[in-house]
Design a protein around this ligand. Structure first.
Ligand code: EPU
Length: 421
């Protein structure tokens, strides 16, 4: 079995380029299905999740190739309206292909993604929006059978600003007839990035970043060239790692305005943070103090994806830090593993209270999900002695060669197969 071997106690020094955003790249790869022609998606991160999206693109008939940091997607040929369940299972967010395939082909057949490590993850809001646009959707035995000759514009009021449902609706409405208005839309930077790609492809989308998005339907879209925004959660992860382990780290190719609440909490914890154009510098002694309560919220609130990394940084902070998770039902699965390293955490429902301890100790732990896995790595960097972290398939979904970046900064970290010694 593969694991990361981490010997903690080494501060992090140096500079790191932040990868392109996973959660932008995935909907933009799905959008490439709509854009008849060749799309060039630059700064696309190399992750198992983006590889899964590429397998879906090829399955539905697109040609995909890479050149440097760019992925080329040619969707000028006919698109097959079906995604086999083995591909749907590889990545929960593959449901983002539903809107584009339905809009492009007039039909779509795929299996519902089902729950995952962080909770039930229903797609009722996606389906409700697509039905409002005129799609007939049959749900049978976990399969979705969808039809719509041409989607009709309408007004869609989302009762919760779901990121995926906002994106699926925008994607489908791009080829609809008339103007669709989405109210209660998610406001994440990734939604703005999707809008930028769709407009570059000849679409007419306005309002992303606010809670009202307008999509004027077009007959067709064409290929587009686009650069994916930097990953705000990867940036938050590196900052939390430096906060916990101590050191002096400069991040470049990063947009700090996309994660202000994370910077705010790290400052409260005693880190010295400086921001510049596409740049953030953090200096930390590794001796932190507890922050005021961290409550996850839709953007522009504190991001749920940064909750586990910040919790890892809070473990040795002086005082008590409260975490409240309001977005996902089951996002504390890193807690029992962190306890194995000596953390003092009590959970009740969606609240976790972290009592800062003097020291963490290396242990064998297993990641149960992507961001929880990042939390384990951060705790291991700050711990005394060696840790082994299993469940690397989760980390590889969202971070490009995490151990290489950390090793460059001075961490003692290595990926090994059991038996490698
Ligand atoms: N929800 C529903 N019904 C729906 C859709 C969502 O009840 O139809 C609920 C979910 O169950 C969840 C909440 O609404 O409790 C938020 O879900 P949302 O749709 O906003 O999230 P998502 O689109 O499934 C994206 C990111 C997540 C990130 C969330 C929140 C991608 C590919 N994924 O998920 O990223 O946590 O938004 O910001 O964009 C990660 O990168 O580790 C990750 C999980």
């Amino acid at each position: 079995m593969r694991s990361l071997h981490v010997t903690g106690g080494k501060p992090l020094f140096g500079a790191l380029r932040v990868q392109g955003a996973k959660n932008s790249a995935l909907p933009i790869l799905a959008a490439a299905v709509l854009a008849e022609g060749v799309s060039v998606i630059r700064n696309c991160p190399r992750l198992t999740d983006t590889e899964a999206a590429v397998r879906i693109l090829r399955e539905v008939g697109c040609r995909v190739w890479e050149d440097g940091d760019a992925l080329y997607v040619d969707s000028s040929g006919p698109v097959r309206p079906e995604i086999p369940s083995r591909l749907m299972r590889e990545m929960r967010s593959s449901v983002i292909f539903l809107g584009p395939i339905l809009a492009r082909c007039g039909e779509a057949r795929l299996s519902a993604p089902g729950g995952c490590e962080i909770g039930a993850r229903p797609i009722d809001l996606h389906l409700r929006a697509l039905r409002s646009l005129g799609a007939e959707i049959e749900e049978r035995g976990g399969n979705l059978n969808c039809r719509a000759k041409r989607l009709r514009a309408c007004r869609i009021d989302l009762p919760f600003p779901s990121v995926g449902a906002t994106e699926n609706t925008m994607l489908a409405a791009c080829l609809g007839e008339g103007e669709t208005v989405i109210t209660g839309a998610a406001r994440e930077p990734e939604i703005q990035d999707l809008q930028a790609f769709l407009n570059a492809a000849g679409g007419s989308v306005t309002g992303a970043g606010s809670s009202v998005i307008r999509v004027q339907g077009r007959e067709r879209l064409h290929g587009a060239v686009h650069r994916v925004i930097p990953d705000r959660i990867a940036a938050a992860t590196w900052l939390a790692a430096c906060a916990a382990a101590g050191g002096d780290l400069r991040l470049y190719d990063t947009e700090w305005r996309h994660y202000r609440p994370v910077l705010h909490k790290l400052r409260e914890m005693g880190c010295d943070l400086q921001t510049g154009e596409n740049l953030v510098r953090i200096r930390s002694t590794g001796k932190l103090k507890a922050a005021s309560p961290i409550v996850t919220r839709p953007y522009p609130g504190f991001p749920t994806d940064a909750q586990p990394p910040l919790m890892a940084a809070a473990l040795t902070a002086e005082g008590t830090t409260a975490f409240q998770e309001t977005i996902f039902e089951s996002r504390f699965r890193h807690v029992p593993e962190l306890r194995r390293m000596g953390a003092d955490i009590r959970t009740e429902g969606r609240t976790a209270l972290v009592w800062g301890v003097e020291k963490l100790y290396g242990a064998e732990v297993t990641a149960a999900d992507l961001r929880g896995g990042a939390a384990l790595v951060i705790a291991a960097l700050a711990a005394e002695g060696e840790s082994r972290i299993y469940g690397l398939q989760h980390l590889d979904r969202g971070y490009t060669a995490m151990e290489e970046s950390l090793a460059e900064l001075g961490a003692e970290i290595e990926r090994k197969e059991d038996g490698d010694g």
